[in-house]
Design a binder for this molecule. Structure first.
Ligand code: NDP
Ligand code: HSE
Length: 436
């Protein structure tokens, strides 16, 4: 059978990884796919570099439209990134009847609904395993392996850059900017690294997982997003003393009132496997009603780990290309006419536990004032740490861990605590998940 012809848009970090792995493992991949998979055309702005990298094995052009308009191309891989030109190219490729593989979570989180609808109408596949957690086959697990389950929640370390930053800062005492530069050098960070450190990239991925897990449209605009830039070393230390680690988690959970979709720094018990995921590694914990908890771990970024997922999609499309569209796995796991309109909850309506750090004057009765407010707000305390003031100081920290409560209760209680005359400045509030 003649080989499948692939056009690659963008031969940067992931594009080159894909090109190299496909070339290196071509025989093995052909045995699995049933026919050869061949990159015959590459588009990149820097054609000189692209020609050097591809060594004359395929046609190199600087206009991506030449790839998507070429009738010989069966599958287009979009590895440019962003939702400007990449969106135009993906939509045009679909309109031209091409199957699409993309690692572009930003594009899918923002415009997934429109893209999947267009693909559905045209009868082509849009595959995106690499868009969430790099090399970990989490999309396949959620869409296929766990299909018997009613998914209850997902919690994941799904941004390698921030996990790398948190790990290096804690283990090596390096400062934030130095570690971020290293993550950029290693090819983990996004073109705009604020997407990583402000939690946006993780929220893109959590949004995609939420849609697949619960059969709802892709709704990035409803996600609650907090990054790691405001996290303080003091809180990382106190958390450790209480037996917790702080990780940037993407969480989505089904509740009777709606769906929680949030990204924020989170305390998790140090004894959980996921708390020990370090460096650029990713891990996703999925709780299904039948299977219970399952954990997926691996490299979440980098050239070849991400290429592994891109090529898995190429093989899937190659195997399924001749199947009737209605016999393929639906893009968002659920049949398009069976999507739910379950609302995504505002952050004030979520329920979780909290870490509170309160800076107080070291005076008699301070603690009673704080605990009184929490009791009046029906917030119960799970653990507490009261530090002695440092020598010569008149202020100290009280750290409290609460049991589960609604976010709006905690926000109201914090406002009252901050108004106490003995409390200094703002209360630090970090969410806590037991993940049990
Ligand atoms: P890079 O910036 O390394 O690569 C992008 C490539 O696209 C560059 O070679 C760039 O050329 C080229 N390009 C830009 N505009 C055009 C255009 N109009 N036509 C053709 N080529 C163009 O990005 P990555 O490989 O890191 O990321 C690609 C995608 O994969 C992104 O969506 C990213 O979010 C996603 N991803 C990345 C991961 C990673 O570990 N890096 C992991 C998982 C997903 P030039 O450099 O000359 O501008
Ligand atoms: N910038 C992303 C990360 C790349 O650090 O996880 C992988 O999606």
């Amino acid at each position: 059978m003649k080989s499948i012809k692939v056009g690659l848009l963008g031969i940067g970090t992931v594009g080159l990884g894909t090109f190299n792995v496909l070339k290196r493992n071509q025989e093995e991949i052909k045995r699995r796919a049933g026919r050869g998979i061949e990159i015959t055309m590459v588009a990149d702005l820097n054609t000189v570099r692209a020609k050097e990298l591809t060594g004359g094995t395929c046609e190199v052009v600087n206009d991506a439209n030449m790839v998507i308009n070429n009738p010989d191309i069966d599958i287009v891989i979009e590895l440019i990134g962003g939702y400007g030109i990449a969106k135009d190219l993906v939509m045009k490729a679909i309109a031209n009847g091409k199957h699409v593989v993309t690692a572009n979570k930003a594009l899918l989180a923002m415009h997934g609904t429109e893209i999947f609808k267009a693909a559905q109408e045209k009868g082509v596949m849009v595959a995106f395993e690499a868009a969430v957690a790099g090399g970990i086959p989490i999309i396949k697990a959620l869409r296929e392996g766990l299909t018997a389950n009613r998914i209850q929640w997902i919690a994941g370390i799904i941004n390698g850059t921030t996990n790398f930053i948190l790990s290096e800062m804690r283990d090596k005492g390096l400062d934030f900017d130095t570690v971020l530069k290293e993550a950029q050098r290693l090819g983990y960070a996004e073109a705009d690294p604020t997407f990583d450190i402000e939690g946006v990239d993780a929220a893109h991925k959590a949004t995609i997982m939420s849609a697949i897990a619960f059969g709802i449209p892709v709704q990035f605009d409803k996600a609650h997003v907090e990054g790691i830039t405001k996290l303080q070393a003091t809180d990382i230390r106190y958390a450790e003393q209480l037996g917790y680690r702080i990780k940037l988690l993407g969480i989505t959970r089904r509740t009777p009132k709606g769906i929680e979709l949030r990204v924020h720094p989170t305390l998790i018990p140090a004894k959980r496997l996921i708390a020990n995921v370090e460096g650029a590694m990713n891990a996703v914990l999925v709780q299904g009603d039948a299977v219970g908890a399952t954990l997926y771990y691996g490299k979440g970024a980098g050239a070849e780990p991400t290429a592994s997922a891109v090529i898995a999609d190429l093989v899937d499309i190659t195997r399924l290309a001749t199947a009737d569209p209605e016999h393929r796995v639906p893009h968002l796991a659920f049949q398009p006419n069976a999507m739910a309109d379950t609302p995504i909850l505002p952050i004030s309506e979520i329920t979780t536990s909290y870490y509170l750090r309160i800076r107080v004057a070291d005076k008699l009765g301070v603690l009673a004032g704080v605990t009184g407010i929490l009791a009046d707000s029906t917030i119960s305390i799970d653990a507490m740490l009261q530090k002695e003031p440092a020598e010569g100081e008149t202020q100290t920290d009280i750290i409290m861990l609460t049991h589960q409560t609604q976010e709006k209760n905690v926000e109201a209680a914090i406002a009252k605590i901050e108004a106490l005359p003995t409390v200094v400045g703002k209360v630090t509030r970090i969410r806590l998940e037991e993940l049990s």
